[in-house]
Ligand binder design. Sequence first.
Ligand SMILES: [Zn+2]
Length: 398
Amino acid sequence: MTETTVDREATVGLLQELVRIPSPYFEEHDCAEFVYEWLDDRGLDPEYHHVSEPDITEYEGDNVIARLEGSDPDAPTLLLNGHIDTVKLVEDWEEDACSGRIEDGKLYGQGACDMKGGVAAAMVAFEALAERDLAGDVLFTAVVDEEGPYGLGTDRLIRDGYTDDVDMAVVTEPGPILAQEDVDNPALLLGARGRFLYDITVKGRAAHGSQPYKGTNAVVDAGKVAAALDDLDVGSHPQLGDGSVCPLLLEGGSQTLSVPERARLMVDRHVVIGETEDDVREQAEAAVDALDIDSDVELGFREAPDPGITYGPYVTDEDHPLVGALQRAARTVTGTDPALGYFASVGDFNYLGDRADLPTVIVGPDGENIHGAGEFVYTDEVVEVAEMLVEAGEDLLA
Ligand SMILES: [Zn+2]
């Protein structure tokens, strides 16, 4: 290290405070306020950025945003993005789900790893970068509703133009735990698969249950459709790996003695670059046609508050300066070359990497049990990631 950049105790203390404020998606208000106050206390000029989605979720909330202005308007702008919401608190915790307890270098709590550890690292790095003479800007965004159905916080950042002048983005999600292939920290994840969610409605014909041959059984046909989709040939990509199909839900049936006339199937489809929404639709429809079933089958993509809300796949070029700077930073901070990997699932980084078309890297502290009971993050890695962000930020924005 060239100089001490990050106060370890303060970083872990900050994380503990974040974890102790419950913030399941759609209920982030107290956590947003904490982040705002923390930045404000340090003279970092935070602002609230309102997020409103009146149609489907009726959500109202606020991202917290702060910007460090560099000395040169032509120098690049780096975005540090993290979500402050967590999944809904899981019931199986054997302790307070927001305890923030530390044992053996692990800090426990819902969202500790996904991703308050990463948010704490980004906050501390942002504070440290405020003390440097930088030519470029740093934009820090603590966003809401990443775990909710539509990623409304980052969606709103993009739609309100906050990413227009950004040149590259770092999302401090816990990378290794959801990487396509096993990697350990330090790791940089340079892309992610995309995802579509679609519904298949199967409409058969009711008849008396004792004479099933007189009707068309929608439940049986939906089962055939699920099996056919499970068997699809999906796309493949040299970095992102294979796409995937997972029928998530199958429901249907009717009365106690009737051939069921309706069933519904919900399908998760993870895609790689080259697989579009149209491809996904055509492929599913072709699989259904090949079954030659009597039910009427209709496929519809999930309703979203805006048609622009899609999780497209993306890959960031390994040669991009952001990747180089983070590689050097990882070496400086940890003494190791970082592993390069790709993310298996989707998140706000898809919005940044695909919709906003920003070179986007995921780098964050790892842990275990994300979205479950016993979730924890390694505190050493929180500090390491904060240090890496400072190093890389200085390098890129000097
Ligand atoms: Zn996350």
